[in-house]
Design a protein around this ligand. Structure first.
Ligand SMILES: [Zn+2]
Length: 148
């Protein structure tokens, strides 16, 4: 869970709310997911799904990537699951807003977002996940969140 100390750090940046700790926790879990997913797992899902190439459906199955209703961080902000409350999400603290990427993305995160979006082989996707995890850890480190 997000610690009280972490939550306090964000009080200056945004209105305190019940959504933020959930989205922080979801983002930490997503980073760990990106860091621990294996190339073999990507290849196995591809085989199970009988896909010729890595497509959006596979990316959604693997990590929820690609849409607000599958993204684990977006979903964590919707208490009644009717809509994501992006305005309170950890991903939305810095307002480098890029609507075309679904979640608002800060400039430093956009590159890794598109690396995943454009990855068309298991190996490229595996590498993109790795880069995404690094970029997201840097994003959280800007707010002093490093202990996970
Ligand atoms: Zn999201």
């Amino acid at each position: 869970m997000a610690t009280q100390q972490e939550i306090c750090k964000f009080n200056d940046l945004m209105e305190t709310n019940d959504v933020f700790p959930k989205s922080l926790e979801a983002l930490k879990n997503l980073i760990i997911r990106y860091e621990t997913i294996t190339l073999k797992e990507i290849q196995e899902i591809q085989e199970i799904q009988r896909k010729e190439c890595i497509d959006e459906t596979l990316k959604s199955i693997l990590t929820g990537f690609g849409a607000t209703d599958t993204c684990t961080v977006c979903k964590s902000t919707a208490s009644d699951m009717d809509r994501a409350r992006c305005e309170y999400c950890i991903s939305n603290i810095k307002k480098g807003y890029f609507p075309s990427t679904g979640c608002s993305e800060t400039p430093q995160l956009v590159k890794s977002f598109y690396s995943i979006a454009y990855a068309n082989t298991p190996r490229k996707l595996y590498y993109a996940y790795n880069q995404r995890a690094i970029a997201l850890r840097e994003y959280l480190a800007e707010f002093g969140v490093t202990n996970f």
